[in-house]
Unconditional design. Structure first.
Length: 66
């Protein structure tokens, strides 16, 4: 598993996530409450629990279609 950091977005969203090992996506969608939070991979890195991880920056939110 690969640990990443979500920067920005709602304060109620846990910023530390894990993704399956392999190629990191350019864009990432996270289900949160009644919508989807969208993040884009950056060239930035930060330290999480002593590990250097990739940072994904929040870009926008969409509602879940009913």
């Amino acid at each position: 598993m690969t640990t990443i950091l979500l920067a920005g977005g709602p304060a109620s969203l846990d910023p530390v996530r894990t993704l399956p090992d392999g190629r990191l996506p350019r864009r990432l969608s996270v289900d949160h409450r009644s919508g989807h939070e969208h993040f884009e991979r950056t060239d930035g890195r930060d330290v999480v629990r002593g590990e250097l991880v990739r940072v994904f920056r929040w870009s926008y939110r969409t509602a879940i279609a009913e």
